[in-house]
Write a new protein. Sequence first.
Length: 261
Amino acid sequence: MNMTQQVRLDRDGGLAVLTVDAPPLNLYTASLQSSLASALDSLEEEPARALLIRAEGKIVSGGVDVSLFDAQGSPAEAKVLFDEMLAVPDRIAALPFPTVFAAHGLCLTWAFEVAVACDVILAAARAKFGLVEKVVGLTPTMGGTQRLAARAGVGRAKEFVMTGDTYDAATLERWNVVNRVLPDEGFDEAAREFARQLASGPTRAHAATKRVLDHFSAGGVPEANAHITAIAAELFETEDLRGAVKSFLADGPGKATFSGR
């Protein structure tokens, strides 16, 4: 499905692939924001079993088109813009299926903020990341600071944002921000295969895992414990759990297949 020429949403069985293709730098503009929102409308209306977010071109993104900020005439106008921008990663984080971000090269500002809203970040060895809003006297507005802190800690988030430096994939893997660093050669297909494997899994159980971890993020282990038993018990309504249990008992572990229902 082509949302626009800047954003494509393709379906490959249970896997949805959202591709940003706005050459030469995949900058965040009002047009790109609208295209991303349309893609998310489609994913909310017709859920996939997993989502891969990727980009075309030499880099993932060079950041936000600064003219977008220049057009804001007042703090009130800027707040409206920032609320719309924040809605993009928030909607991605809320999707009830696994989300994977594939970073094949330089990944700045908005693209990094979308990345940390995803469940899993895969990075090519050559990829670099940065929140560089300090160059225009701004702080990141799309949740990147706080989501980075959730992964790496407050101290690392302060360093990352305040220095405005770019950090390589190996460093962010060490910080527990990037999940896996993969070779540059064959990166795109490796990322697709990783996402395909998630798409073939027990989708509703994965959604339950996300719900549990949302509770953990909100209130730690006690908050998660208050909800985990009810969330897990609901999975006994799914065909995937019932079928996998019977498969395990009949044929042993690892033989079950999952439909997402």
